[in-house]
Design a protein around this ligand. Structure first.
Ligand code: TXA
Ligand code: MG
Length: 320
């Protein structure tokens, strides 16, 4: 593969993208959370190419993206709990792990051989249009090389994967800016597997119970996003910094911690704005600091979307 086609989100561009997916090719698509690297979830070759393009060290299970609840029923068992959560939050930044249906027809690489499957109905109009045209299940991890910062613009995707994937559909910036929240909904009580773009408080308001965080026993297959080091810039990252060292690139939050180089997650300490800007600013700080540089990040309150932001920052700062 030599170059990656940049397609516009027009009828012609989306038709071409859907045709490429039918041929087993890889197409990066915008979602409301981050750009996903899409491939036909029924094709072993397409799914294997996803792992190869990302240089993923292990065959971790992938999220299956669909356009409608009818499609979900063909692939997974919608538990009563899942029905409630789907009604409240789909389409949107929520992924549900559900029992895999018999005859689902997915490549076993998508589920890593598990008897469960992670499913999401994205809300982004371009993702929905592409999924509707394609008409089948699409596996899509974030469209970045494994371990690196997730992409929220076309430029981020190309910086990491140009020449390694067939095409990208240009949908502008991703509005939420953080990956989906993942819940295990196989039982009667949801278990939180990954903090993300849907805040825990919103889920608790629907279930009426405080959310159980999965203890993630060692025998479960861990998500790359659950690895200690992930979402990492090249330079070292230091957290909860109110006063940076002179050589540090400082990412700020709120008026008291303004950041350097205009790198402020939110001047007004708005967590939704901070989530949407997080990966933008990590990419920019990464470019400014370079190899061996140092990045400092202001404290972020651990409520609402702040929990997912802090989760990503802890992994960006973890020893590699
Ligand atoms: O926002 C998002 O979720 C983005 C966009 C593109 O939709 N996708 C994304 O995919 O973040 P990825 O591959 O980076 O994360 C997939 C996560 C992994 O952490 C994996 O462990 C979990 O989903 N997962 C997938 N199948 C699972 C299963 N059967 N049981 C438990 N976890 C599962
Ligand atoms: Mg990822």
């Amino acid at each position: 593969m030599t170059r990656t086609l940049v397609l516009s989100a027009t009828h012609a561009g989306l038709s071409q993208a859907a045709d490429l997916l039918r041929q087993g090719a890889l197409v990066a698509m915008p979602t409301e959370t981050v750009y996903g690297l899409a491939g036909d979830a029924r094709s072993d070759m397409a799914v294997a190419r996803i792992f190869a393009a990302k240089n993923r060290p292990r065959f971790n299970p992938l999220i299956v993206h669909l356009a409608s609840l009818g499609q979900v029923r063909a692939i997974a068992h919608l538990t009563p709990l899942a029905e409630r959560l789907a009604r409240a939050f789909w389409p949107g930044p929520l992924t549900l792990v559900l029992p895999l249906a018999a005859g689902a027809g997915l490549s076993p690489l998508v589920t890593a051989g598990l008897d469960t499957v992670a499913i999401r109905l994205p809300a982004h109009p371009v993702a929905r249009a592409l999924l509707t045209r394609f008409g089948g299940p699409v596996a899509a991890p974030s469209a970045n090389p494994s371990g690196r910062i997730s992409p929220v613009t076309v430029a981020h995707v190309l910086a990491g994967l140009d020449g390694r994937i067939d095409a990208i559909v240009d949908g502008g910036d991703c509005p939420v800016g953080l990956e989906s929240t993942i819940l295990d909904a196989t039982g009667t009580v949801p278990r939180l597997l990954r903090e993300g773009g849907l805040p825990r408080e919103a889920i608790e308001a629907v279930t009426g119970e405080s959310l159980v965080t999965d203890p993630a026993p060692a025998d479960r297959i861990a998500a790359p996003g659950q690895l200690p080091s992930h979402y990492a810039p090249r330079g070292a990252v230091r957290l909860e910094v109110r006063k940076p060292d002179p050589d540090e690139i400082w990412i700020g939050f709120g008026a008291a911690c303004p950041g350097t180089n205009n790198l402020t997650l939110s001047e007004t300490a708005d967590l939704t704005e901070a989530a949407a800007r997080l990966f933008h600013l990590l990419h920019r700080a990464d470019a400014l600091a370079g190899d061996g540089g140092r990045i400092a990040v202001a404290p972020i309150p651990d409520i609402g979307l702040g929990r997912a932001i802090n989760d990503r920052l802890r992994r960006a700062a973890a020893p590699r």
